[in-house]
Design a protein around this ligand. Structure first.
Ligand code: 5GP
Length: 202
């Protein structure tokens, strides 16, 4: 059996990636979304085990020491990491996995697992990103400024990704994302046995 594909999705905070992924996950049942661990406080409307596992810094550090994190990074003063066990189990069962993580963590995953498929979602512009963060109204102005600065640095790292797309119109963004999933399934690497089968008895 083929292993599942590992998709690593990055997008600056406020880019609307959550909405895109929600729709994509509804339409694609062989996709498992990996819930990360974080030391940041839950936002209003977020739930334990759905958006994140909210843990203390001590718990986070002991997870790292025990080798339980596939990757982790610090972002705007908080720690974020991918619990390793569940991700590897799903991939071994042939289930595709999506990690939604920032760029430093994404680079670490690519280094450890070269077959990972990296997708970057761009905002239409930095001004639009700031507007969306202000509209969300979940963070103070200071945190928004920090996140916009971080976003600019992250966008510069998009050149290291395999695929890039813009979240302008939601419908189009969903189509683009699904096109990337489809294309990644049709690589020669994923389909060597298909060629052999066609040539059987030739
Ligand atoms: P937020 O606080 O807005 O939920 O997330 C802040 C940033 O942390 C986002 O760029 C998000 O993609 C990233 N992030 C979420 N989970 C993880 C993770 O497990 N690892 C890493 N490296 N980044 C993460």
């Amino acid at each position: 059996m083929n292993k599942g594909n590992l998709y690593v999705v990055s997008a600056p905070s406020g880019c609307g990636k959550g909405t895109i992924l929600e729709e994509v996950l509804k339409n694609n049942t062989n996709l498992f979304f990996s819930v990360s661990a974080t030391t940041r406080d839950p936002r209003e409307g977020e739930a334990e085990g759905v958006n994140y596992y909210y843990i203390s810094e001590e718990e986070f550090k002991s997870e790292i020491e025990n080798g339980g994190m596939l990757e982790y990074a610090q972002y705007c003063g908080n720690l974020y990491g991918t619990p390793k066990k569940r991700v590897l189990e799903k991939l071994d069962k042939g289930i595709d996995v999506i990690l939604e993580i920032e760029t430093i963590g994404a680079m670490k995953v690519k280094k450890a697992m070269n077959e990972a498929i990296l997708i970057f979602i761009l905002p239409p512009s930095v001004a639009e990103l700031r507007r969306r963060l202000n509209k969300r109204g979940t963070e103070s102005q200071e945190v928004i400024d920090k996140r916009v600065n971080e976003a600019v640095e992250e966008i510069k790292r998009a050149v290291n990704y395999d695929y890039v797309m813009i979240n302008d119109e939601l419908e189009n963004a969903i189509k683009d994302f699904e096109a990337i999933l489809k294309a990644s399934k049709l690589t020669i690497e994923n389909n060597k046995n298909m060629i052999g089968k066609v040539l059987e008895n030739a």
